[in-house]
Write a protein that binds this ligand. Structure first.
Ligand SMILES: [Zn+2]
Length: 105
């Protein structure tokens, strides 16, 4: 069922590294993933909301969706939000400008 409006998530970027240890099993080899949440109407992205970094370990199946360290800050900075996440704002702006031009002319 398609929700009329709400929030959703999309994977922006992921990074597998052998340089970091799993916080649970201390094995090296974890995967960081950067996730963007966004507000949508009829599935059309209106505006991006929150970006967060999660970590997962393949050895012990550990996952954490709330990683806050220097690695997560760097990854979130490198993972840019695609322009289409602003589709609703862009469409609304074009409509407002078009109406304003029609009223002026
Ligand atoms: Zn682990």
């Amino acid at each position: 069922m398609l929700l009329i409006l709400g929030t959703s998530e999309i994977l922006l970027n992921f990074y597998e590294t052998d340089e970091k240890q799993c916080p649970r099993c201390n094995q090296t080899g974890v995967t960081f993933r950067v996730v963007q949440t966004y507000f949508h109407v009829f599935g059309l992205p209106i505006c991006p909301l929150q970006k967060y970094t999660g970590i997962s370990c393949d050895q012990c199946n550990y996952t954490n969706d709330n990683v806050a360290n220097e690695m997560s800050i760097l990854l979130e900075r490198e993972s840019r939000v695609p322009l289409y996440f602003y589709s609703g704002v862009i469409i609304f702006s074009v409509i407002v400008i078009a109406v304003a031009l029609i009223l002026i002319l």
